[in-house]
Design a protein around this ligand. Sequence first.
Ligand code: MG
Length: 383
Amino acid sequence: MKKFISILGSTGSIGTQALKVIQRLGYTVSALSAFRNIDLLEKQVRAFRPALVSVYDETAARELRERLKRFKDVTVLSGKEGNLAVATEPTADMVLTSMVGMIGLEPTIAAIRAGKDIALANKETLVCAGQLIMDLARKKGVNIYPVDSEHSAIFQCLQGKRNNTVKKIWLTASGGPFRGFTRDQLRHVTKEQALHHPNWSMGAKITIDSATMMNKGLEIIEARWLFDVPQKDINVAVHPESIVHSMVQFEDNAILAQLGVPSMEIPIQYALTYPDRVETEDALLLDPFEKSLHFERADDTTFPLMSVCRKALDMSGLMPAVANGANEAAVELFLNDVIDFYQINEAVESSFAAFSANKQTYTIKDVIEADQTARFHVYAKYL
Ligand code: MG
């Protein structure tokens, strides 16, 4: 079946790879959104001819509208409303959420409310409002398909499990560019080093999150919601080759794993074509003779943000949104050379004390407020 797909965040790393997959599959693009990279967005519009595009930045949207004047059948919107329109574009069967950060929350919720299946690449959304999103998806009969490689691996391992109980989830982690570093060494690393991931080519925010291991913390929270497994049953195994994308341990202690080359194209495609598997390129074939596989325990002391995320899950309610908001603000400050690498840890660790209004039942408005409070705490601390 050929599907109609809308993409939130089409000019980022996941968005561009998704369009490559969509082209290979012969699917139709219903709508696209970007933050402000209109040079790339213009090319995408010319190639895929969506009926609707949105650019978050108002000025850039005006410029794109001018450039696409000749395309009478393409509407160009902007701002928050533009994102919501892309999320709910009527012809789409599925929305791929690949924008970066908590800004993806409202469009994701709008897409679920409109009954669209979700290919979830925006993990921050599920981290911040997991309970709310999963409840809403159930109510609307909407499927959420993971795109994150670890969660796609788990999802694949769970196919055909019938009524078997998942005993443990094993999330694998590459360990990032600073695997094996000491705390002291981490105090002197540069932005260039942090942005140089050994295995994966990704956007700047997630690459920094991989270097601090916050990414794995966020993925623990993401897994908790996607697979309804308590955090204590989610283990992390550092696996430097990034070939085993994650594992599931069942009640009989059998462990299933999914293996593949470190490319996002396979998990993106599986989310789009599920339950079918469709041919990909030979370049995406793993040669098992080429690699040895290694596994190590994660170093929670040198990389404290995984434990901070576990604590946020234990406290539950709005605390994951607080940890995520503080991290987004801290990574932004780090990328703008305002703080050092290790201060990202301090910023996130200290954010819990800045938020005293936790509650277990919450609205979208509460999540946005918790996020804002955490960001403000970080900006006030360092600016
Ligand atoms: Mg991942």
